[in-house]
Ligand binder design. Sequence first.
Ligand code: S3P
Length: 437
Amino acid sequence: MNDQWHVQPAGALRGEIGVNGDKSVSHRALLIGSVCEGAVRVTGFGPSADTLATRDAMRSLGVRIDDLGDGELVVHGVGLRGLRAPAEPIDARNAGTLMRLLPGLLAGQPEGTFVLDGDESLRRRPMRRVAEPLARMGAAITTTDDRAPLTVVAGAPLAAIDYQPPVASAQVKSCLLLAGLAADGTTRVIEPITSRDHTERLLMAAGARIERFPGRVEVQRSERLVLDRIEVPGDISSAAFLIAAATLLPESHIFLRGIGINPGRTGMLTVLERMGARISVFDRRLTEAGEPIANIEVRAAELIATEIEPEIVPSLIDELPLLALLACCARGRTVVRGAEDLKAKESDRIASVAQALTACGARIESTSDGWKIRGVPARLRGGTIDPQGDHRIAMMGAIAGLHSEQGVRVTDPACIAVSFPGFREILAAAVAVRERE
Ligand code: S3P
């Protein structure tokens, strides 16, 4: 608990760097694989505290999951209506994606009372955003004053609805699509800005009746899903930390292989290009389950300020802490708008990012929906960052440390295991390659 990580300034990042399997796709591989008919082989699974919470949750619901090691799992699907209520509450730990997607599947079960709970941080996050539309479909679901614990009493017949989530959210959309598999009629989710569509792609590959139109997605009731294999791409949200470090540190040059480039996830690459970064995306291909992946090459670059507008926010929502750091080290004034949902993440990220970067000498001011940043194209001074239990703030702090004068002390770095358990070692190896040259 009292572990601290003192990240020293670094010269450059070099070499080929592997990252863990994508967290969003790993959760969905387990959730959707569990309701397929028969065995689904998953490769490239990213074991992290969050995705292991999903693995354990699905096991507690009666799904056999064989862990063959090295990112390979076999999920023995029990069919769309085959989940069984465990005696104990399901512990989602810190995993928001599990807590918000699973009720969609549970609402469609023929029977059982399911209670979902989480850790202290997850218990602070809003859950009405899924409970309210599920209740409109006819589900018997209750929250504890908009928060976890959540209870779903299955067995109520579900009817399709048309729904436009008030905040662009792939978690809400996915929850409703999963419930739509058990609802009579056509469930429509209206999304003016398309968020990550991993659920749609996997469900389509599994034979669900899903149709996509500009600004909306529709699903019909399904009786069975079948998927042989799911290849999980490398996690672009983990790769983002290495991309940021390589961009900031002069003479850096790195390669990342097999990274997911789902268009709902690549906003950071678009913004970095505008800022003058040197990033090439090549060898693009689609996995069998329909996810686009590619190799990415990054070289150091001098950055200029930009504006991050509300329309692009859903495709870089998890990368905003890093983009704030990059903007602090870019020439000119950057404004980020339309990101108020950052307040409902693992920490209030509008506040925690501003606090962390200010503590390192950056000039960043919080607004109600983002930040105003006065960038200086130089190393930060450095300092101490308390990530407040938020994995992405801890990792951003480490990257800030590499690009600082005095280093950055990250208190409580253990939270990094929520999404990227090997981060420290991977970073150390990439920096060490330079030192050995
Ligand atoms: C996720 C969606 C996003 C993202 C989260 C993972 C997902 O959340 O921030 O880390 O896997 O669907 P929202 O749906 O709340 O935007």
